[in-house]
Write a protein of this length. Structure first.
Length: 244
């Protein structure tokens, strides 16, 4: 399919990605509408994002704070109704205020100092910031961020009673060099850890299920099979190079 390789029009690429997600969902015995697509638009400019929005995509993710702020404040994008911004990268302390003022969701909460800063800088006049607790997927992978089990439990306890942050679920990043079978095992363990934390600390655990931001273009199948509810897709939607 051309769109999965980043070729074709924005509408064709989006349709191809959604078809792949639907097929992966069916293969895992799940309903296609269980899994949402987050369009990762890093290095791609307002014109490319607006075209993907016109094709029907509404949720966009960014990795770098400076680029995130520029796009949020771009008049061409700020005027689009229903467009939501997710910050998915590792967030440095000196950039927290910029993101807290603009984001609809943050996927990378992995430490208590970041939680404190988000609560400090999220204005009470805005809706609560949707937050994913980022967990370690593979403790042996030193190149990935994520809270250890001990830190995750403390974060979960704090999130459950926050008046500025709305805890919605968990985010994970798998190792880049693992095969599908190893990814499946890691992701299933990740989902079980998340569900246990949610049940232990979330006030509405009996009626609400956690979201799982898990899986990217190269590992959609194992992530969806393990229980991902949101996949982060960049190149397959926008192509390899940023287009302004």
């Amino acid at each position: 399919m051309s769109g999965v390789n980043g070729a074709g029009t924005a509408a064709e690429r989006l349709a191809s990605v959604k078809h792949l997600v639907d097929e992966s969902s069916r293969s895992a015995g799940r309903q296609p509408n269980d899994v949402r697509v987050l369009a990762v638009s890093k290095t791609h400019g307002a014109t490319a994002i607006a075209a993907m929005y016109e094709a029907g995509q509404r949720a966009f993710g960014e990795n770098y704070a400076q680029e995130f702020v520029a796009k949020c404040d771009d008049p061409k994008l700020a005027s689009l109704p229903g467009l939501t911004w997710h910050f998915i990268g590792h967030l440095q302390s000196n950039k927290v205020r910029d993101v807290a003022l603009r984001a609809h969701a943050l996927h990378s909460l992995d430490r208590l100092s970041l939680l404190d800063a988000l609560e400090k800088h999220r204005p009470p006049a805005l809706p609560k910031l949707e937050v994913f607790l980022q967990l370690e997927v593979d403790a042996q992978d030193e190149n990935k961020h994520g809270a250890t089990a001990e830190v995750a439990a403390r974060l979960a306890e704090r999130l459950a009673r926050s008046d500025r942050l709305h805890w919605v679920g968990f985010m994970g990043m798998g190792p880049a060099d693992a095969d599908d079978e190893r990814l499946r095992v890691l992701y299933e363990r990740f989902v079980q850890q998340g569900k246990s934390l949610w049940k232990a600390h979330h006030p509405d655990a009996a009626t609400l299920s956690p979201a799982f931001s898990l899986g990217m273009s190269g590992d959609l199948g194992p992530a969806i099979a393990a229980g991902s509810t949101l996949v982060r897709v960049g190149t397959a939607l926008f192509g390899a190079r940023g287009q302004r």
